[in-house]
Ligand binder design. Structure first.
Ligand SMILES: Cc1cc2nc3c(=O)[nH]c(=O)nc-3n(C[C@H](O)[C@H](O)[C@H](O)COP(=O)(O)O)c2cc1C
Length: 347
């Protein structure tokens, strides 16, 4: 995959500075006359044959943007114009959350990976709402998911209420939800792992959904550090409750510890790929490919996207790969999937 000169310059900058610069530039170009048309010409895949139906929703292609890339939804219209199948907005938090003090995102040298200690900064629910309330022509075809995480310092008794508050307020404006119960990369990692802890968070969401006219699928985003036993618990929850699917995986806090990081944080990027694929294929096999899985973690090249789909993912969500290799990765991944289709027999 050819990387642009602009992308090469960005990789010389600290990763958070580079990303903020990209997102600001995207917003600036998007506001100019013909700006979005130009982004569409430059980045959007032309092929229509990757159109896919998952979760009862219609995706123009299975490749999306993972949470944390456009956390507050400020670039939804531009990412829509670029042709992504979906964007996972967020993590949306119930109120403004500054995250951990900078510098908090580091490249792990020679490993195409990040050490993420951002703590998931968010401008809060009201800001996200202002960006999703009105659908624009470029977001009409874009499926929008809302990822919800808890704020680092929330008291354990209030965690479920916090998820529910964001869920209720965003319900009518987005197409699906991802409930992130993986590590929040902050100094106080939060990873509920027992069935009881997970039920306490998702059951109130199902109860609220039961009273609504429109159905919004709910997925659980999980950590790559779960034991097989913990994964089996998640699979049981998937089968026994109205949960619609799983997103696997978030960044790895265990790998961050191996990197000598004792104060929270998670590894993202290339170092994650084998564990992410292993987790996706384990869930897919155990559930006989009957439930949608969003594959996330370590996809740095189009061939990684294909491997993730072969492992059993119905959709894939990119983050570090897009940051390090640029927005051309979408078109290159669509070409890869079109030229070497993932067939049932390769799954
Ligand atoms: C800077 C950064 C911020 C992130 N923020 C969030 C977030 O707010 N919520 C979330 O669920 N995941 C977040 N993630 C995790 C990603 O969505 C993704 O699951 C993880 O990075 C693995 O994918 P990747 O290897 O393609 O980056 C973030 C990742 C990075 C690198």
């Amino acid at each position: 995959m050819r990387v642009s000169l602009f992308q090469n310059i960005l990789t010389l900058l600290p990763p958070e500075v580079a990303h903020n610069l990209r997102m600001r530039l995207m917003r600036f170009v998007g506001r100019m006359p013909l700006g979005r048309w130009w982004m569409k010409q430059l980045y959007a895949p032309k092929q229509k044959e990757l159109h896919t139906e998952v979760l009862g929703l219609s995706f123009r292609n299975p490749i999306g943007v993972a949470a944390g890339f456009d956390p507050d939804g400020d670039n939804l219209k531009n990412l829509g114009a670029m042709g992504f199948g979906f964007v996972e907005l967020g993590s949306v938090m119930s109120r403004r959350h500054p995250g951990t003090p900078r510098p908090r995102l580091k490249r792990i040298r020679f490993k195409s990976s990040y050490l993420d200690k951002t703590g998931y900064p968010s401008l809060g629910l009201e800001h996200a709402l202002s960006n999703v309330r009105k659908r624009h022509k470029h977001t009409k075809q874009l499926v929008i998911g809302c990822n919800i995480s808890k704020i680092t310092l929330t008291h354990p008794d209030d965690i479920a209420k916090e998820y529910l508050r964001v869920f209720r307020n965003m319900y009518q404006y987005v197409d699906f939800f991802v409930i992130n119960i993986a590590c929040s990369t902050s100094t106080k990692p939060f990873e509920p792992r027992t069935a009881e802890e997970i039920h306490a968070i998702i059951d109130p969401l199902f109860e609220f959904r039961r009273g609504q006219l429109d159905y919004r699928p709910v997925l659980l985003k999980i950590s790559p550090d779960l034991t097989r036993e913990e994964l089996d618990t998640i699979i049981d929850i998937l089968i026994e409750t109205p949960l619609d699917g799983i997103e696997a995986v978030a960044g790895s806090s265990a790998m961050a510890k191996e990197q000598g990081c004792s104060t929270g944080g998670a590894v993202t990027g290339a170092m994650l790929i084998e564990r992410a694929i292993d987790t996706v294929s384990y869930i897919a096999e155990k559930t006989e490919h009957n439930y949608p899985i969003i594959g996330s973690g370590g996809m740095m090249r189009p061939t990684d996207v294909k491997r993730m789909m072969e492992a059993g993912a119905s959709l894939v969500a990119l983050n570090t790969g897009l940051r390090e290799h640029g927005m051309r990765m979408l078109k290159a991944s669509v070409d890869e999937l079109r030229n070497n289709p993932v067939t049932e027999s390769t799954k």
